[in-house]
Design a protein around this ligand. Structure first.
Ligand code: NIG
Ligand code: FE
Length: 469
């Protein structure tokens, strides 16, 4: 347990952006103690105080080492026993022991104006950062599911007309209203399980218009959700049917039409490429990354899911994350360890595809790479919105400790999206993104399989009524 936190009395010092001082306005009238069972939305103009937290996982860096967490730093959760967190105007004001919070003179004077939540017997941690999802699709791929049960592989199903291209048909036909409903439903499911930041990819449109429609869908859903959404253009998901045998023309379309338009309309922060057998080559990826970088976008890629791709040439693009990595080589693990590129593992896909092989998480971690965990929420390989389930898989199949899994799903997820200054830990000045779990010990989050123990989430200072169960 770590107890060396700044005194609560220090919190009035302006934070990095200078915005958090004692002068913030608290407009709430006298409010009763709010229990997690209250069915209402707590607006961001009221300060929010969580108290009596059995274990408060701050994820504050103990070592002070720069960069994403790696090696032993990954398991350091910065736990405060009997903790308290004060949030105001969507930001964390302080995190400390409950008794120290109540000694604070300002809090003493204003306590009745603050929404106070008793978290006795609960664990509070930074909201999960789900840094890899594909939420813009219409229907589940149940036929693919049955075929796999009958013995066909993911690639065989794709070659026979199923797979990603099947979801493309649905998205191309769908109106934006329906797509927004689908994405919003996914975002709510995520928040109900502790996720407060989501990376959302396009990638089932594969025409200029349908990729733009998908990204506009993400923007539309994000505007209706109190959490944070980071959009990624995945125009290079697969070569669409109409470009069969003309993959270079499609790559050109992505580089010369999609990327410039997405930038002009400010629809995405990142560009992703599915770099693997049956999708795009490392050379194609080089071209797409080059175009993305020239237009000021960040880059990430799906790699080594089905076959090995040499990663070293991609690393020169300062890639934010490389995801999947089932077939990563030892040499590339050494290269990854020298960079801030995050190795994002998505074991939900291995589970759902019924694979025996999982990504070599221990080798990656022990070799010094920075590892994150994400759901890969999508209709083909990983139809789960649950980060706790991914944590469970990470422990049972990737042999990550519960502590490593939590850091990989929070602070390293934030690094994977280059949001480490705002997300992923509970520290003054960061966004007020919290997950409150009905468990006494943080290890239970990964322990209780397929049962949602998340009591509620706080997203940018707001508790949505849908997650306050
Ligand atoms: O991350 N591999 C590429 N994309 C997704 C699967 C998409 C799908 O099958 O619809 C993945 O596993
Ligand atoms: Fe994916």
């Amino acid at each position: 347990m770590q107890d060396g936190h700044r005194q609560c009395g220090d919190w009035h010092r302006p934070s990095r952006n200078g915005s958090l001082t004692r002068s913030y306005s608290v407009t709430a009238k006298l409010l009763p103690l709010v229990t997690p069972s209250a069915k209402r939305e707590i607006s961001t103009d009221r300060a929010l105080l969580l108290v009596n937290i059995n274990q408060l996982l701050t994820l504050r860096s103990a070592s002070g080492n720069p960069g994403p967490r790696r090696g032993p730093d990954l398991a350091a959760l910065g736990i405060i026993k009997d903790g308290a967190v004060l949030c105001s105007a969507g930001k964390i004001v302080f995190a400390c022991k409950t008794k120290d919070a109540f000694r604070d003179p300002w809090l003493k004077r204003n306590r009745k104006k603050i929404v106070e939540i008793d978290c006795a017997g609960q664990v509070v941690l930074p909201g999960f950062v789900d840094s890899h999802t594909h939420p813009v699709f219409v229907t589940p791929r149940l036929g693919d599911f049955e075929k796999r049960i009958a013995g066909e592989t993911y690639e065989q199903i794709a070659e026979a007309g199923g797979g990603i291209r099947l979801s493309v048909e649905g998205v191309r036909k769908a109106g934006k209203k329906l797509l927004v409903e689908k994405v919003l439903d996914a975002l709510h499911q995520m928040a109900e399980q502790g996720t407060t930041t989501v990376e959302a990819k396009s990638g089932y449109g594969l025409t200029v218009d349908s990729e733009i429609k998908s990204l506009e869908t993400i923007r539309g859903a994000a505007a209706k959700w109190p959490g944070t959404v980071i959009a990624t253009l995945l125009g290079a998901h697969v070569v669409p049917r109409e470009f069969h045998g003309r993959s270079q023309e499609y790559v050109e379309l992505v580089c010369k039409q999609m990327i410039p338009l997405v930038v002009q309309r400010k629809l995405a922060q990142f560009v992703d490429v599915f770099t693997d057998r049956g999708a795009f080559t490392a050379e194609d990826t080089d071209k797409v990354f080059d175009a993305a970088k020239k237009h000021g976008l960040g880059v990430r890629a799906h790699v080594c899911q089905l076959t090995e791709t040499e990663l070293r040439p991609l690393l020169r693009f300062n890639v934010a994350s490389l995801d999947h990595l089932d077939y990563v080589s030892d040499g590339d693990i050494r290269q990854l360890a020298k960079t801030e590129t995050v190795a994002t593992l998505v074991p939900g896909a291995n589970y759902f595809l019924g694979l025996e092989k999982y990504p070599p998480a221990r080798k990656l971690m022990d070799g010094g790479a920075a590892v994150a965990l994400a759901t890969d929420y999508n209709p083909g390989s990983s139809p789960t919105a649950s980060m706790p389930f991914v944590l469970s898989l990470a422990c049972t199949h990737l042999k990550m400790s519960p502590a490593e899994a939590i850091a990989a799903a929070t602070i390293n997820g934030a690094w994977a999206l280059r949001l480490q200054e705002r997300k992923g830990s509970i520290e003054p000045g960061k966004d007020a993104d919290l997950a409150v779990f009905d468990v006494e010990d943080y290890r239970e989050i990964a322990y209780w399989v397929a049962s949602n123990r998340c009591a509620f989430s706080v997203l940018n200072g707001t508790v949505p009524s849908s997650s306050a169960q």
